[in-house]
Write a protein that binds this ligand. Structure first.
Ligand code: IPE
Ligand code: MG
Length: 229
C-alpha cells in the first residue's frame, strides 16, 4: 500500500495523516474485495526495512496499528473476515502482539475473506524462517516442505499483486509466493486507490494469459473463449 506519505505531503499534511487515510482506504478496500468474491487479500503494512524510517513515523505507525486493532475487529467480524498477522512479532510491543493474537482468535471462524496483514514482514525473512523451521524438524529441503513452513502457508499463492504509488518493484514482498503472480502497477497513490481502480486491476488481470511455463496451445480454453468459438 504505497504512496501514503506523498498523498499527505501534497496536501501539506504530516506523513502520518497519509497513513491514517491509508487505513480508511483499506477498510473500504476490504469490503470491495469481499463484494467482488476475492477470497484472500494480503496487504503489506510495515516491512522489516520500515524500522529505518524516522522514529516519530515508526511510532505513529505502531500507534495506528494499536488503534486499528481496538477499533476495526467488530466490523471485520460482522463482515466475515478472518484476520491474520504475518511477520516477526518478536520486535513488537507486548501490547500490540497481544492485540494481534486477540484479533486473530476473535475472527478465526470467519470464511468470507481471509485478510493477511503483513507487519514487520519481509519476503526474505519468511524464506529464512521457513528454512530454519523445516531444518529444525529434520525435513528434507523440498519445495513442498519449505512452502508448508512459510508464514503464509494457510493461503494459496497470490494470483494478482497490485503495487500502488508508481514504483515498479516488489520491495521484499511475497518473494517466494510471487513466482507466478500477475503483477499490476498503478500510479495511483494508495489513499486514492478506489473501487474503480480495483476494478481496473481485476479487468487487467482477466486479460492475462497464465501459462505457468506451458505454451498457449496447451492451455484449456477459457469459458469466454469457448463461448466466442
Ligand atoms: C505507505 O506509503 C507504506 C508504509 C510503510 C506504511 P509510504 O509511506 O511509503 O508513502 P510514500 O512512498 O512516502 O508516498
Ligand atoms: Mg513508499
Amino acid at each position: 500500500m504505497d504512496g501514503n506519505g506523498r498523498w499527505a505531503s501534497r496536501r501539506f499534511l504530516p506523513r502520518i495523516a497519509g497513513h491514517k487515510q491509508g487505513v480508511d482506504v483499506l477498510r473500504r478496500f476490504v469490503k470491495a474485495c469481499a463484494a467482488r468474491g476475492v477470497a484472500v487479500l494480503t496487504v503489506f503494512a510495515f516491512s522489516s526495512e520500515n524500522w529505518q524510517r524516522p522514529a516519530d513515523e515508526v511510532s505513529g505507525l505502531m500507534d495506528l496499528l494499536a488503534i486499528a486493532l481496538s477499533r476495526e475487529v467488530p466490523q471485520l467480524k460482522a463482515d466475515g473476515v478472518a484476520l491474520h498477522f504475518v511477520g516477526d512479532r518478536s520486535r513488537l510491543s507486548p501490547k500490540v502482539a497481544a492485540g494481534m493474537a486477540r484479533a486473530e482468535a476473535e475472527t478465526a471462524g470467519n470464511t468470507r475473506l481471509v485478510l493477511n496483514v503483513c507487519f514487520n514482514y519481509g519476503g526474505r525473512w519468511d524464506i529464512v524462517q521457513a528454512a530454519a523451521k523445516a531444518a529444525a524438524k529434520g525435513l528434507t529441503m523440498t519445495e513442498a516442505n519449505l512452502d508448508a513452513a512459510m508464514a503464509l502457508a494457510h493461503v494459496p499463492h497470490p494470483d494478482l499483486i497490485i503495487r500502488t504509488g508508481g514504483e515498479k518493484r516488489l520491495s521484499n514482498f511475497l518473494l517466494w509466493q510471487a513466482a507466478y503472480a500477475e503483477l499490476y502497477f498503478s500510479d495511483k497513490l494508495w489513499p486514492e486507490f478506489d473501487d474503480a481502480a480495483l476494478d481496473a486491476a481485476i479487468e487487467d488481470y482477466h486479460s492475462r494469459e497464465r501459462r505457468f511455463g506451458k505454451t498457449s496451445q496447451q492451455l484449456e480454453p477459457t469459458a469466454a473463449q469457448r463461448a466466442a468459438a
